[in-house]
Design a protein around this ligand. Structure first.
Ligand SMILES: [Zn+2]
Length: 376
């Protein structure tokens, strides 16, 4: 056999072997059905043992009964954080029996984001053999789907931070450098109660609230756009009002979920909403800052270059509508991005990840950390 052919064949077997290793690990993770505290903690214990037995330095952090796994390898001036969440959204029992079909791994969490977690774990074991000239921390967290404050939020508070963060969310090898901010409001609109047969004697809080809502949606702040977003979004998520048919309701509570753009200020949005109906009582129920990682950041550029080499210039920058754990790092001024393998249907019935992309993903991350020496 010609030596070049032999080399290609060797490379192909290596790809298959490592691809199969990542796929097997991802399948093991899917079977944990990590939709509650007990199962996500069992999954964390499994990951911790798996990494320890392969020579990694591992710490398990517990907060509010939830476990996070932190594995470290390498030494150097820069620290790269690989962040993956072990929790998944609930689904039919058969979704937790992973199956392989035509190069795809199907199952709940295969794409969001246990495939990426498995690729990161395999990468960490390879880095034990070939240490990089930087420190690489793998942070596996238990609660991204429910807000992330007990996992990533907690780890950041504990000082487990670095110079650049990659969250392995499903992105089809594209780089999510921006993400919208969250502002969730409870708006209590007051009216005046009256007998239902004489509505003109009262003030209907439901009708008033709906008028207020229309004015909120048409505010100029919600018509703006930014580099990666057409516009912010406003979702009327909850309405509570009215008790009986024969009464004019005197209170209507709205639950409004606002996702605003990087560069917009939540205080300003809130003030504009207050001005619409100064008598309404407005409470901020939840908020999270947007992510605005710069496309010319040294780490971003380096990763972008490598990802493009592997994906045929498919690794474009984009903005993510939903929030992820990137925001906990970005709030501390640490550049963080979402970057994960290729697949489809996350949170849906036909969720899958492309097995080859898991291998490609791991190779991109590996090449990237091996190129990091000094601070970006
Ligand atoms: Zn996710």
């Amino acid at each position: 056999m010609d030596w070049q052919l032999e080399l290609i064949e060797k490379e192909e077997t290596k790809v298959e072997r490592i691809g199969a290793q990542i796929e097997k690990l991802a399948s093991d993770l899917i079977r944990f059905e990590s939709t509650n505290v007990e199962s996500v903690n069992l999954c964390a214990d499994f990951c911790s043992e798996w990494l320890k037995s392969r020579g990694l330095q591992v710490e398990v952090w517990e907060n509010h009964g939830l476990k996070s796994v932190v594995a470290t390898v390498g030494e150097g001036e820069s620290t790269i954080i690989l962040n993956g969440h072990l929790d998944v959204v609930p689904g039919q029992p058969q979704l937790f029996q992973p199956r392989q079909e035509q190069g795809k791994l199907y199952g709940r969490g295969s794409y969001d984001m246990l495939g990426a977690v498995a690729a990161m774990m395999v990468l960490m074991t390879e880095l034990v053999e070939e240490p990089p000239a930087c420190k690489v921390i793998l942070a596996l967290v238990p609660d991204e789907e429910t807000g992330g404050q007990y996992g990533s939020g907690f780890l950041v508070e504990q000082g487990i931070i670095g110079d650049f963060v990659i969250c392995g969310e499903p992105t089809n090898l594209k780089m999510g450098i921006h993400a919208k901010g969250i502002l969730q409001l409870a708006v209590d609109v007051k009216g005046i109660a009256a007998h239902g047969s004489r509505p003109w004697l009262g003030k209907n809080a439901i009708l008033e609230a709906l008028e207020n809502y229309k004015s909120i949606v048409s505010l100029d702040v919600f018509q703006q756009s930014s580099d990666y977003f057409k516009q912010p979004s406003v979702n009327l998520a909850l309405i509570q009002a009215g008790k009986v048919f024969n009464q004019v309701p005197d209170l209507c509570s709205l639950g409004i979920d606002i996702r605003y753009l990087p560069g917009q200020r939540p205080e300003e949005i809130l003030e504009k909403i207050r001005q619409i109906n100064p008598e309404a009582e407005i409470t901020v129920r939840y908020q999270g800052l947007p992510v605005e990682t710069k496309s010319d950041n040294t780490f971003v550029r380096k990763l972008h270059e490598i990802a493009n080499e592997h994906s045929g210039n498919q690794s474009v920058f984009f903005g993510q509508d939903g929030a992820a754990d990137t925001r906990y790092y970005s709030e501390k001024g640490i550049p963080a991005i979402e970057f994960g393998p290729t697949g489809a249907n996350h949170h849906g019935p036909g969720e899958y990840v492309e097995i080859e992309s898991l291998y490609v993903y791991k190779s991109i991350l590996k090449q990237f950390v091996h190129q990091i020496k000094n601070k970006g």
